[in-house]
Design a protein around this ligand. Structure first.
Ligand code: URA
Length: 253
């Protein structure tokens, strides 16, 4: 029994794919969208899990909580139970003016503005997604006709200063992050979120495969706050794209 996620090998029933939302509340919704017969497995701290069946294969859905440290714990414990394919689904803030909201952003790699990935690999090591899993997300978005973008994501350990937000308690952003959003825009980074860099670095260092798709819920060049209509659509886009991507990936195995 793994200490944090409270899962063991028997409970996984041979599942090699995991879908990783950040939010525990998204686990049941995602699992039931994949398979109306999906069953709850465990719940401890930020880690809630369900088991679903897609094309005769067991698929685990397990939340990671927010940020690198809780993601890294989840990855360690899942990898040691035999999981091979790691798909993160989440929400994100787009930073390029042309990005529609809602839409899906598929990450080819991530800027390592986290701390946890440096416990696994030095700064020279890239945070890149797996080509094949990422391809299944792109093909899924195309087949579903969803607005989608493919490129580099910035993964920050903080929602506020690291993503250059000034609507905070002090209103101060340390010098390192002042004008950082403009720099990432000029370097053609598409979006901010908080987990992809840790996911890509840790899973590549393990020799396993990971990909990340996020729904853009705000475009930071236009607003800071998402509305409920956008949030509802964004959640549906994510559930649709991950279901199709897993089906496409299973077909290749
Ligand atoms: N998640 C983030 O980390 N940033 C956003 O702007 C939206 C979701």
């Amino acid at each position: 029994m793994k200490y944090h996620i409270r899962l063991d090998q028997e409970m996984l029933a041979g599942a090699e794919h995991v879908i990783l939302p950040g939010d525990p509340a998204r686990v049941a919704k995602t699992a039931l969208h994949l398979d109306p017969q999906a069953k709850p497995l465990a719940q401890n701290r930020e880690y809630t899990s369900y088991l679903a069946k897609v094309k005769e294969r067991n698929i685990l859905v397990c939340s990671t909580g927010i940020g690198g440290p809780s993601v890294a714990i989840c990855l360690e414990e899942l990898a040691s139970l035999g999981v091979k394919y790691f798909y993160r689904i989440g929400t994100t803030g787009a930073i390029q003016p042309h990005i529609e909201v809602p839409s899906v952003i598929i990450s080819t790699g991530a800027v390592r503005l986290d701390g946890a990935s440096f416990h696994y690999a030095p700064a020279e090591y890239p945070a890149v997604s797996d080509y094949y899993l990422t391809g299944s997300l792109v093909n899924a978005a195309k087949e579903l006709n969803l607005p989608h973008y493919l490129g580099i994501t910035a993964s920050s350990d903080t929602f506020y200063p690291g993503q250059e937000r000034y609507d905070t308690y002090t209103g101060y952003v340390i010098r390192k992050f002042q004008k950082s959003m403009e720099e990432w825009q000029r370097l053609h980074v598409l979006n901010f979120e908080m987990e992809a860099a840790t996911l890509f670095t840790v899973i590549s260092a393990f020799g396993l495969q990971a990909a990340c798709v996020c729904s853009a819920i705000v475009n930071r060049t236009k607003s800071e706050i998402p509305n409920d209509e956008v949030l509802g659509k964004a959640e549906l886009y994510l559930a649709q794209v991950i279901k199709k991507a897993i089906e496409l990936h299973i077909d290749t195995l």
